[in-house]
Design a protein around this ligand. Sequence first.
Ligand code: GLY
Ligand code: MN
Ligand code: MN
Length: 416
Amino acid sequence: MNMAEKYSERRARLTDTMDGDYCIVIKASSSKPTSADGMYHYTPSRNLFYLSGIDQGNSTLIMWRLKGREAMECLYISPYDEAYAKWYGTVLTKEQAQESSGIEDIRFAGGEDKFLDKLVSRERLEKFYFDWHNCGMSGVPGKRLQYVNRFKMVYPGLAVQSISNRIFSLRMIKDEAEIETMKGAIELTRKGFEAAVKKLAPGMNEREFEAELLYEWAKEGEKQPAFSAIVAGGNRATCLHYVGNNADLSDGELLLIDHGAMKDLYCADISRTIPVNGRYTARQRELMEMVLEIQAKAMELLRPGKLHREWNDQVLEAYKEIMLRRGEIKEPEDITNFYYHGIGHHLGLDTHDENVSDIPIAPGMVFTIEPGFYSAEEGIGIRIEDDVLVGETENTVLSAGFPRTPDEIEVLMAGK
Ligand code: GLY
Ligand code: MN
Ligand code: MN
């Protein structure tokens, strides 16, 4: 099956879940301005990409069914514009969009609103579904939510709902092509990690290590990482989302690297904790072994049928027992002094991949397993994170080729 057929199949799976007549509108995301004429890097809409392979802005996918007739679909894209091409580059032709998405009916952007008006006023369609990102009460509504709000204002009597959760529920189960792409992202991450480790020595700055990762990924064709890498030496690693990456690394301290390359918009998310000088101290090794023990337990507990939050709770209980047995804590509740995040998350087109929390864990889902131990007092932050595909009877560690244990890391660092 080629990718266009794959996207068509995904759209069919989505529309098969719809009762009666409907119209689904999925718009591309838009760039955010940095200033009057500057823009942040464009981040394609993952839902639009998942259903069509289209990653360019100003695109709208519309799927509809009227009066019990067959399901229809069309895609609006930007028309070629000579001046735009001179400034920013060219856009897909109708034929290219057709070929990559599997959608026959490609139209030029600008006619979407009139088309929706027609569905309401001529066809008397009443059920509309849009895809938009929640911004929360404290956030600023993005362009997609503004569009939905405008639609609701113009047609206050219509039933307008979100389609996003239905798409997320499809995205939760990865198909073979997605798994292969994710393996590619993980392999790229490994290459960057090993290249950067070769350069590591006391005195190196965290930002130089990050630059080595990015350089390796760019050489292999991926300019954007899945997320901003966390490169945190010593006690900076006790801050979970430290992205300052701007301090010198010292002899004797640990370096926590939480990083992921992206491949064709699919993300890797791997954490490793390594000694800056190439050798773990006895204490560092002891703590590494503890985190590896709970990671193995979390892997065992990651099984189909339970909810994500149930898995998280079970891992927390298991970790309390391990820490008590190892004498790291005296009371179970003391764990929160050393471990203060969840055990993992869905991974895919987003690093924290979109999901529906009431859907139980099932084969085909990909999770990170990322236990940690953080002690500001000892100036140590350890996280070990791997990417795991859930199977019927057993799981597969997609990042198995990535050095992980103290012995494996020391061998890698000795051979640099
Ligand atoms: N890199 C963020 C996380 O591991 O969830
Ligand atoms: Mn991570
Ligand atoms: Mn993660």
